[in-house]
Ligand binder design. Structure first.
Ligand SMILES: *Cc1c(COP(=O)(O)O)cnc(C)c1O
Length: 388
Protein backbone atom coordinates (compact mmCIF):
# COMPACT_ATOMS: atom_id res chain seq x y z
CA UNK A 1 0.00 0.00 0.00
CA UNK A 2 1.15 3.54 -0.70
CA UNK A 3 2.75 5.31 2.22
CA UNK A 4 1.21 8.70 1.51
CA UNK A 5 -1.16 10.19 4.09
CA UNK A 6 -3.96 11.06 1.65
CA UNK A 7 -3.98 7.58 0.12
CA UNK A 8 -4.03 5.82 3.47
CA UNK A 9 -6.90 8.02 4.63
CA UNK A 10 -8.95 6.61 1.77
CA UNK A 11 -7.59 3.13 1.17
CA UNK A 12 -7.38 1.84 4.76
CA UNK A 13 -10.54 -0.26 4.78
CA UNK A 14 -11.93 -3.34 6.37
CA UNK A 15 -12.14 -6.46 4.20
CA UNK A 16 -15.07 -6.52 1.84
CA UNK A 17 -17.94 -8.82 2.61
CA UNK A 18 -19.11 -11.15 -0.13
CA UNK A 19 -21.40 -8.38 -1.38
CA UNK A 20 -18.30 -6.56 -2.73
CA UNK A 21 -19.37 -3.18 -1.41
CA UNK A 22 -17.04 -0.34 -2.44
CA UNK A 23 -17.61 1.91 0.57
CA UNK A 24 -17.25 0.22 3.97
CA UNK A 25 -20.57 -1.14 5.24
CA UNK A 26 -22.00 -0.20 8.63
CA UNK A 27 -22.04 -3.02 11.18
CA UNK A 28 -24.86 -1.81 13.40
CA UNK A 29 -24.85 -4.82 15.67
CA UNK A 30 -24.24 -5.16 19.39
CA UNK A 31 -22.86 -8.68 19.14
CA UNK A 32 -21.53 -11.33 16.78
CA UNK A 33 -22.60 -14.91 16.33
CA UNK A 34 -20.57 -18.13 16.28
CA UNK A 35 -20.75 -21.47 14.51
CA UNK A 36 -20.09 -23.58 17.59
CA UNK A 37 -19.06 -23.58 21.23
CA UNK A 38 -15.49 -24.15 20.09
CA UNK A 39 -15.68 -21.22 17.65
CA UNK A 40 -16.93 -18.93 20.41
CA UNK A 41 -14.38 -20.10 22.90
CA UNK A 42 -11.53 -19.50 20.45
CA UNK A 43 -12.86 -15.98 19.78
CA UNK A 44 -12.67 -15.20 23.50
CA UNK A 45 -9.09 -16.42 23.51
CA UNK A 46 -8.23 -13.74 20.93
CA UNK A 47 -10.79 -11.14 21.81
CA UNK A 48 -9.02 -8.17 20.33
CA UNK A 49 -8.82 -9.83 16.91
CA UNK A 50 -12.20 -11.54 16.71
CA UNK A 51 -15.44 -9.61 16.97
CA UNK A 52 -17.54 -10.77 19.90
CA UNK A 53 -19.43 -7.83 21.31
CA UNK A 54 -19.32 -4.18 20.15
CA UNK A 55 -18.24 -2.87 23.54
CA UNK A 56 -14.97 -4.75 22.84
CA UNK A 57 -14.50 -4.42 19.08
CA UNK A 58 -16.58 -3.85 15.96
CA UNK A 59 -15.40 -3.76 12.32
CA UNK A 60 -16.25 -0.05 12.01
CA UNK A 61 -14.34 1.01 15.12
CA UNK A 62 -11.43 -1.24 14.12
CA UNK A 63 -11.26 0.44 10.71
CA UNK A 64 -11.31 3.88 12.32
CA UNK A 65 -8.58 2.94 14.80
CA UNK A 66 -6.37 1.50 12.07
CA UNK A 67 -6.76 4.64 10.01
CA UNK A 68 -5.95 7.09 12.82
CA UNK A 69 -3.08 4.90 14.04
CA UNK A 70 -1.53 4.94 10.57
CA UNK A 71 -2.01 8.70 10.30
CA UNK A 72 -0.31 9.30 13.66
CA UNK A 73 2.46 6.74 13.08
CA UNK A 74 1.17 4.73 16.08
CA UNK A 75 1.12 0.96 16.50
CA UNK A 76 -2.47 0.70 17.67
CA UNK A 77 -5.33 2.54 19.36
CA UNK A 78 -8.66 2.44 21.17
CA UNK A 79 -11.79 4.37 20.18
CA UNK A 80 -14.09 6.02 22.73
CA UNK A 81 -17.54 7.58 22.86
CA UNK A 82 -16.03 11.08 23.09
CA UNK A 83 -12.75 12.91 23.49
CA UNK A 84 -13.34 13.11 27.25
CA UNK A 85 -14.03 9.37 27.30
CA UNK A 86 -10.58 8.92 25.75
CA UNK A 87 -8.87 11.35 28.12
CA UNK A 88 -10.48 9.99 31.28
CA UNK A 89 -9.94 6.35 30.31
CA UNK A 90 -6.29 6.97 29.41
CA UNK A 91 -5.49 8.52 32.79
CA UNK A 92 -7.55 5.97 34.69
CA UNK A 93 -5.68 3.13 32.98
CA UNK A 94 -2.16 4.34 33.69
CA UNK A 95 -2.39 6.29 36.96
CA UNK A 96 -2.63 4.89 40.46
CA UNK A 97 -3.49 6.52 43.74
CA UNK A 98 -0.50 8.61 44.83
CA UNK A 99 0.63 9.44 41.29
CA UNK A 100 1.34 12.92 40.02
CA UNK A 101 0.72 14.63 36.66
CA UNK A 102 2.76 17.50 35.21
CA UNK A 103 0.44 19.35 32.84
CA UNK A 104 0.60 22.51 30.76
CA UNK A 105 -1.63 25.16 32.30
CA UNK A 106 -3.81 25.82 29.28
CA UNK A 107 -5.94 22.73 28.81
CA UNK A 108 -9.43 21.87 27.68
CA UNK A 109 -12.05 22.89 30.31
CA UNK A 110 -13.33 19.38 31.10
CA UNK A 111 -9.79 18.01 31.35
CA UNK A 112 -9.09 20.73 33.89
CA UNK A 113 -12.18 19.66 35.84
CA UNK A 114 -10.93 16.06 35.85
CA UNK A 115 -7.60 17.21 37.29
CA UNK A 116 -9.04 19.57 39.91
CA UNK A 117 -12.34 17.99 40.99
CA UNK A 118 -12.08 14.23 40.49
CA UNK A 119 -8.44 13.13 40.51
CA UNK A 120 -7.71 14.61 43.97
CA UNK A 121 -10.42 12.24 45.32
CA UNK A 122 -8.23 9.37 44.21
CA UNK A 123 -5.09 11.02 45.54
CA UNK A 124 -3.79 11.95 42.09
CA UNK A 125 -2.31 15.44 42.05
CA UNK A 126 -1.41 17.78 39.18
CA UNK A 127 1.16 20.58 38.83
CA UNK A 128 0.98 23.08 35.99
CA UNK A 129 3.67 24.69 33.85
CA UNK A 130 3.44 27.55 31.38
CA UNK A 131 3.73 26.06 27.92
CA UNK A 132 6.62 28.28 26.92
CA UNK A 133 8.85 27.31 29.85
CA UNK A 134 9.96 23.69 29.92
CA UNK A 135 12.49 24.43 32.69
CA UNK A 136 9.50 24.94 34.95
CA UNK A 137 7.99 21.69 33.65
CA UNK A 138 11.20 19.87 34.57
CA UNK A 139 11.36 21.49 38.00
CA UNK A 140 7.86 20.16 38.75
CA UNK A 141 8.79 16.53 38.15
CA UNK A 142 8.70 14.53 41.39
CA UNK A 143 9.50 10.96 42.38
CA UNK A 144 5.83 10.02 41.85
CA UNK A 145 5.32 11.85 38.53
CA UNK A 146 3.71 9.37 36.17
CA UNK A 147 3.13 11.50 33.12
CA UNK A 148 3.53 14.82 31.35
CA UNK A 149 0.39 16.04 29.67
CA UNK A 150 0.05 18.79 27.08
CA UNK A 151 -2.13 20.14 24.30
CA UNK A 152 -0.63 21.91 21.32
CA UNK A 153 -1.93 24.22 20.01
CA UNK A 154 -3.74 24.90 23.27
CA UNK A 155 -7.41 25.64 23.69
CA UNK A 156 -8.29 28.50 23.41
CA UNK A 157 -5.01 30.47 23.39
CA UNK A 158 -3.33 28.49 20.55
CA UNK A 159 -0.01 28.41 22.39
CA UNK A 160 2.53 25.94 21.10
CA UNK A 161 4.66 23.51 23.05
CA UNK A 162 8.05 22.45 21.71
CA UNK A 163 7.19 18.78 21.11
CA UNK A 164 10.77 17.75 20.45
CA UNK A 165 11.98 19.33 23.71
CA UNK A 166 9.14 17.95 25.82
CA UNK A 167 9.66 14.53 24.19
CA UNK A 168 13.31 14.58 25.30
CA UNK A 169 12.36 15.71 28.79
CA UNK A 170 9.88 12.86 29.23
CA UNK A 171 12.41 10.36 27.96
CA UNK A 172 15.17 11.70 30.25
CA UNK A 173 12.96 11.19 33.30
CA UNK A 174 11.39 8.00 31.96
CA UNK A 175 7.80 9.21 32.31
CA UNK A 176 4.86 8.92 29.95
CA UNK A 177 4.23 11.77 27.54
CA UNK A 178 0.57 12.17 26.61
CA UNK A 179 -0.42 14.73 23.98
CA UNK A 180 -3.92 15.95 23.10
CA UNK A 181 -3.48 16.52 19.34
CA UNK A 182 -7.03 17.69 18.74
CA UNK A 183 -6.30 21.17 17.36
CA UNK A 184 -3.59 20.04 14.94
CA UNK A 185 -4.91 16.66 13.71
CA UNK A 186 -2.41 14.07 12.47
CA UNK A 187 -2.38 15.84 9.12
CA UNK A 188 -0.59 18.88 10.56
CA UNK A 189 1.41 17.35 13.40
CA UNK A 190 2.53 13.89 14.58
CA UNK A 191 3.52 13.99 18.27
CA UNK A 192 4.69 10.35 18.28
CA UNK A 193 7.50 11.30 15.91
CA UNK A 194 8.73 13.66 18.68
CA UNK A 195 8.57 11.05 21.42
CA UNK A 196 4.96 11.10 22.67
CA UNK A 197 3.88 7.73 24.09
CA UNK A 198 0.16 8.30 23.70
CA UNK A 199 -1.79 10.71 21.50
CA UNK A 200 -5.40 11.59 22.23
CA UNK A 201 -8.05 13.06 19.95
CA UNK A 202 -11.48 14.44 20.33
CA UNK A 203 -12.68 13.06 16.99
CA UNK A 204 -15.72 15.29 17.46
CA UNK A 205 -13.74 18.24 16.15
CA UNK A 206 -11.72 18.31 12.92
CA UNK A 207 -11.63 14.54 12.45
CA UNK A 208 -15.38 14.57 11.85
CA UNK A 209 -15.18 18.15 10.70
CA UNK A 210 -18.86 18.46 10.02
CA UNK A 211 -20.28 18.71 13.52
CA UNK A 212 -22.24 15.46 13.38
CA UNK A 213 -20.95 12.95 15.90
CA UNK A 214 -18.99 12.67 19.14
CA UNK A 215 -15.97 10.43 19.30
CA UNK A 216 -12.53 10.05 20.80
CA UNK A 217 -9.43 7.99 20.25
CA UNK A 218 -6.13 7.26 21.96
CA UNK A 219 -3.26 5.81 19.93
CA UNK A 220 0.26 4.77 20.85
CA UNK A 221 2.56 1.86 21.55
CA UNK A 222 1.04 -1.60 21.36
CA UNK A 223 1.88 -2.55 24.92
CA UNK A 224 0.19 0.56 26.36
CA UNK A 225 -2.80 0.16 24.07
CA UNK A 226 -3.33 -3.45 25.25
CA UNK A 227 -3.85 -2.14 28.78
CA UNK A 228 -6.06 0.71 27.61
CA UNK A 229 -8.15 -1.71 25.55
CA UNK A 230 -8.79 -3.86 28.62
CA UNK A 231 -9.87 -0.81 30.60
CA UNK A 232 -12.17 0.41 27.81
CA UNK A 233 -13.66 -3.04 27.22
CA UNK A 234 -14.50 -3.37 30.91
CA UNK A 235 -15.66 0.16 31.67
CA UNK A 236 -17.72 0.79 28.54
CA UNK A 237 -17.02 4.26 27.11
CA UNK A 238 -16.89 2.56 23.70
CA UNK A 239 -17.56 4.36 20.43
CA UNK A 240 -20.78 3.42 18.64
CA UNK A 241 -20.26 1.64 15.29
CA UNK A 242 -22.39 4.28 13.59
CA UNK A 243 -20.17 7.11 14.82
CA UNK A 244 -17.07 5.12 13.83
CA UNK A 245 -18.48 4.66 10.34
CA UNK A 246 -19.18 8.42 10.02
CA UNK A 247 -15.71 9.29 11.33
CA UNK A 248 -13.91 6.87 9.05
CA UNK A 249 -15.64 8.42 6.05
CA UNK A 250 -14.73 11.90 7.34
CA UNK A 251 -11.06 11.02 7.46
CA UNK A 252 -11.06 10.45 3.70
CA UNK A 253 -11.28 14.22 3.31
CA UNK A 254 -9.23 15.29 6.35
CA UNK A 255 -6.23 16.60 4.41
CA UNK A 256 -8.37 18.60 1.98
CA UNK A 257 -10.45 20.10 4.75
CA UNK A 258 -7.58 20.94 7.08
CA UNK A 259 -5.66 22.50 4.19
CA UNK A 260 -8.57 24.80 3.41
CA UNK A 261 -9.35 25.46 7.10
CA UNK A 262 -5.74 26.51 7.64
CA UNK A 263 -5.50 28.64 4.49
CA UNK A 264 -8.72 30.45 5.43
CA UNK A 265 -7.56 30.94 9.02
CA UNK A 266 -4.22 32.46 8.00
CA UNK A 267 -6.00 34.97 5.74
CA UNK A 268 -8.45 35.93 8.51
CA UNK A 269 -5.62 36.21 11.06
CA UNK A 270 -3.75 38.65 8.78
CA UNK A 271 -6.90 40.76 8.42
CA UNK A 272 -7.55 40.76 12.17
CA UNK A 273 -4.03 41.98 12.85
CA UNK A 274 -4.79 45.11 10.80
CA UNK A 275 -7.88 46.05 12.83
CA UNK A 276 -7.46 48.90 15.29
CA UNK A 277 -10.01 47.65 17.85
CA UNK A 278 -8.57 44.13 17.96
CA UNK A 279 -5.63 43.17 20.16
CA UNK A 280 -3.46 40.14 20.72
CA UNK A 281 -4.32 38.20 17.58
CA UNK A 282 -2.85 34.75 18.06
CA UNK A 283 -2.45 32.21 15.32
CA UNK A 284 0.44 29.71 15.17
CA UNK A 285 1.56 30.73 11.66
CA UNK A 286 1.55 34.49 12.28
CA UNK A 287 5.08 35.85 12.67
CA UNK A 288 3.91 37.71 15.77
CA UNK A 289 3.02 34.45 17.55
CA UNK A 290 5.45 33.95 20.47
CA UNK A 291 6.20 30.36 19.38
CA UNK A 292 6.03 30.96 15.61
CA UNK A 293 9.35 29.21 14.93
CA UNK A 294 8.38 26.15 16.93
CA UNK A 295 5.02 25.99 15.15
CA UNK A 296 6.80 26.16 11.79
CA UNK A 297 9.16 23.40 12.84
CA UNK A 298 6.52 20.90 13.97
CA UNK A 299 3.33 21.78 12.07
CA UNK A 300 2.57 21.58 8.36
CA UNK A 301 0.13 24.50 8.55
CA UNK A 302 -1.35 26.59 11.36
CA UNK A 303 -4.71 24.89 11.88
CA UNK A 304 -8.10 26.58 12.03
CA UNK A 305 -8.24 28.25 15.46
CA UNK A 306 -7.47 31.93 16.03
CA UNK A 307 -7.76 33.74 19.32
CA UNK A 308 -8.00 37.50 19.63
CA UNK A 309 -9.17 40.16 21.99
CA UNK A 310 -11.84 42.72 21.20
CA UNK A 311 -10.92 46.03 22.76
CA UNK A 312 -13.28 46.88 25.61
CA UNK A 313 -13.28 43.63 27.58
CA UNK A 314 -16.15 41.27 28.23
CA UNK A 315 -18.97 43.56 27.08
CA UNK A 316 -17.21 44.40 23.81
CA UNK A 317 -16.64 40.70 23.15
CA UNK A 318 -20.32 39.93 23.75
CA UNK A 319 -21.42 42.89 21.60
CA UNK A 320 -19.17 41.64 18.81
CA UNK A 321 -20.72 38.16 19.01
CA UNK A 322 -24.24 39.61 19.02
CA UNK A 323 -23.46 41.56 15.83
CA UNK A 324 -22.35 38.48 13.90
CA UNK A 325 -24.74 37.51 11.09
CA UNK A 326 -23.40 34.36 9.44
CA UNK A 327 -20.89 32.66 11.74
CA UNK A 328 -22.32 30.35 14.40
CA UNK A 329 -22.27 31.06 18.13
CA UNK A 330 -21.42 27.63 19.50
CA UNK A 331 -19.11 25.69 21.80
CA UNK A 332 -17.93 23.30 19.10
CA UNK A 333 -14.89 23.82 16.91
CA UNK A 334 -13.32 22.30 13.83
CA UNK A 335 -16.65 22.31 11.97
CA UNK A 336 -17.12 23.22 8.30
CA UNK A 337 -19.05 26.20 9.67
CA UNK A 338 -17.13 29.08 11.21
CA UNK A 339 -17.81 29.19 14.96
CA UNK A 340 -17.32 31.98 17.46
CA UNK A 341 -16.98 31.38 21.19
CA UNK A 342 -16.41 33.67 24.18
CA UNK A 343 -14.41 31.31 26.45
CA UNK A 344 -14.49 33.47 29.61
CA UNK A 345 -18.30 33.33 29.78
CA UNK A 346 -18.91 29.84 28.38
CA UNK A 347 -16.40 27.01 27.91
CA UNK A 348 -14.01 28.14 30.66
CA UNK A 349 -16.31 29.42 33.42
CA UNK A 350 -15.29 26.52 35.69
CA UNK A 351 -11.83 28.08 36.04
CA UNK A 352 -11.18 30.74 38.66
CA UNK A 353 -10.25 34.17 37.32
CA UNK A 354 -6.63 33.58 38.30
CA UNK A 355 -6.57 30.21 36.52
CA UNK A 356 -8.17 31.77 33.45
CA UNK A 357 -5.57 34.53 33.29
CA UNK A 358 -2.76 32.01 33.72
CA UNK A 359 -4.18 30.13 30.76
CA UNK A 360 -4.26 33.42 28.82
CA UNK A 361 -8.05 33.69 28.78
CA UNK A 362 -8.89 37.35 29.19
CA UNK A 363 -12.43 38.74 29.46
CA UNK A 364 -12.34 40.10 25.93
CA UNK A 365 -10.91 36.99 24.29
CA UNK A 366 -12.71 35.44 21.34
CA UNK A 367 -12.00 31.97 20.01
CA UNK A 368 -12.62 31.73 16.32
CA UNK A 369 -12.87 28.32 14.66
CA UNK A 370 -12.47 29.18 11.01
CA UNK A 371 -14.67 27.07 8.75
CA UNK A 372 -14.77 26.14 5.10
CA UNK A 373 -17.00 28.95 3.83
CA UNK A 374 -15.32 31.33 1.36
CA UNK A 375 -12.77 33.36 3.31
CA UNK A 376 -14.15 36.66 1.99
CA UNK A 377 -17.62 35.89 3.37
CA UNK A 378 -16.16 34.92 6.74
CA UNK A 379 -14.10 38.09 6.87
CA UNK A 380 -17.00 40.35 5.83
CA UNK A 381 -19.11 39.00 8.66
CA UNK A 382 -16.35 39.54 11.23
CA UNK A 383 -15.35 42.93 9.91
CA UNK A 384 -18.92 44.23 10.01
CA UNK A 385 -19.47 42.92 13.52
CA UNK A 386 -16.27 44.62 14.70
CA UNK A 387 -17.58 47.97 13.37
CA UNK A 388 -20.69 47.86 15.56
C1 LIG B 1 -13.39 19.08 22.56
C2 LIG B 1 -12.08 18.78 23.14
C3 LIG B 1 -11.92 17.71 24.02
C4 LIG B 1 -13.09 16.85 24.48
O1 LIG B 1 -13.66 16.14 23.43
P1 LIG B 1 -15.21 15.69 23.41
O2 LIG B 1 -15.30 14.89 22.16
O3 LIG B 1 -16.04 16.93 23.41
O4 LIG B 1 -15.44 14.89 24.63
C5 LIG B 1 -10.65 17.45 24.49
N1 LIG B 1 -9.60 18.22 24.16
C6 LIG B 1 -9.72 19.26 23.32
C7 LIG B 1 -8.51 20.06 22.98
C8 LIG B 1 -10.95 19.58 22.78
O5 LIG B 1 -11.07 20.63 21.96
Amino acid sequence: MSEKFETRAIRTQMERSKNSEHSSPLYLTSSFVFESAEDMSSAFAEEKKKNIYSRFTNPNTTELIQKISQMEGAEDGVAFASGMGAIYSTFATFLNSGDHIVSCNAIFGSTHTLFTKYFPRWNISTSYFPISDLNIAESLIQQNTKCIYAESPTNPGVDIIDLEAIGKLAKKHNILLIIDNCFATPYLQKPISFGADLVIHSATKLLDGQGRVLGGVTVGKKQLIEELFLFARNTGASLSPFNAWVLSKSLETLSLRVDRHSDNALKIAHQLEKQTNVNRVKYPFLKSHPQYHIAKKQMLKGGNIISFEVEGGSQAARDFIDSIKMCSISANLGDSRTIITHPASSTHTKLSEEERLKAGITDGMIRLSVGLEHHEDIWNDIKNALKN
